[in-house]
Design a protein. Structure first.
Length: 79
């Protein structure tokens, strides 16, 4: 499960190797909370435990780091 490190972020961003047939997306975790965001365009797919205001913060973080997240996805799935 490749992880994308975002300095100073309390979130763990990752994707699963067995999900290559799905559209590009990223999983986000903090403690027992989790969410899945589609990447193009960035939008929430599903979530569990995150408050609405935190999901908006996560969405903005993903948009801010979209290029590096997409690069990590492409590098992983092209291998």
């Amino acid at each position: 499960m490749p992880a994308i490190k975002i300095p100073g972020s309390p979130y763990r961003l990752s994707f699963f190797s067995n999900e290559r047939n799905e559209p590009m997306h990223v999983h986000v975790r903090r403690e027992s909370n989790k969410a899945k965001f589609w990447m193009n365009p960035v939008r929430l797919c599903k979530s569990q435990g995150f408050a609405a205001h935190e999901l908006k913060r996560i969405e903005n973080l993903i948009i801010e780091h979209q290029t590096e997240i997409e690069r990590a996805w492409n590098e992983h799935f092209s291998a």
